[in-house]
Ligand binder design. Structure first.
Ligand code: F6R
Length: 243
């Protein structure tokens, strides 16, 4: 596991965007695994800027998103579908049919999970997976206690995640309680993984992650078992390491 500490959020975002651009340059038909949440917003902004400068071509790539809330239609402002359109897809030359996000309003959600896992296996493996990390160590929406052998599934969100997500909704009642998420095993199929963490709220979980213990109580710790993982942090997220 490689650790990269960048001087601030902007530098972190720029670094991760550069990694994605290099991946696409090396292999124009790359499959990129994408995360939502606030951490990668800066990275997507950098990618849009690079596209405007004609430094990157998304026309042949495919993307696979980690997760989607259950019960939010694909045009709900807080859905991850809309998030991805607003942050990236609407601003670059990616083909809509090459973007994949679980459907959180599928009539049969079990079938949707199987379909999504098949998408991962058919167009994958993911060449480069971008991950954020929850304050409780979740990756995707694989909350503490999730099996390391899990595939795409329907998962309940923990109170800590519901509280962290509440900032995006007007009332607590609107905050989704469940999601469809790629499983830990699905994530580990990726050839290369970059996990981003920024800000002091992530400091305790980054300290725990870098302590090296591998436990289902800290889902991200499974990344120690993958051969190509880079953790990119800013000083606020890194502040408790080696203290
Ligand atoms: C989002 C996702 C989540 C987030 C995590 C961190 O697709 O899979 O695991 O990456 O909750 O979210 P932020 O970046 O908002 O702190």
């Amino acid at each position: 596991m490689e650790i990269v500490v960048k001087e601030n959020y902007e530098a972190l975002s720029n670094y991760v965007a550069q990694c994605i651009q290099e991946q696409i340059k090396d292999k124009p038909s790359s499959v990129i695994g994408l995360a939502t949440g606030s951490t990668p917003v800066g990275t997507y902004k950098e990618l849009v800027e690079a596209y405007k400068r004609k430094e990157v071509d998304f026309s042949k790539i495919s993307t696979i998103n980690l997760d989607e809330y259950i019960g939010l239609s694909n045009d709900h402002p807080q859905s991850y579908h809309v998030f991805m359109q607003e942050q990236l897809f609407n601003h670059v030359n990616i083909e809509e049919q090459n973007t994949h996000i679980p459907n959180g309003v599928a009539t049969n959600l079990e079938e949707e999970c199987q379909r999504y896992e098949q998408v991962i296996d058919t167009i994958g493996p993911v060449d480069l997976q971008i991950l954020g990390i929850g304050v409780n160590g979740h990756i995707g929406f694989n909350e503490p206690g999730s099996s390391f052998t899990g595939k795409t599934s329907i998962v309940p969100l923990t109170e800590s995640t519901i509280e962290a997500n509440a900032r995006f909704f007007d009332t607590m009642e609107e905050v989704p309680r469940e999601a469809v998420t790629m499983g830990i095993q699905s994530i580990l199929k990726s050839k290369k993984i970059i996990l981003l963490a920024s800000g002091e709220s992530k400091a305790p979980v980054i300290e725990q992650l870098l302590s090296g213990e591998v436990t289902e109580a800290l889902p991200a710790s499974v990344l120690h078992q993958h051969e190509d993982v880079t953790i990119v942090v800013d000083p606020l997220a890194y502040q408790l390491v080696n203290k």
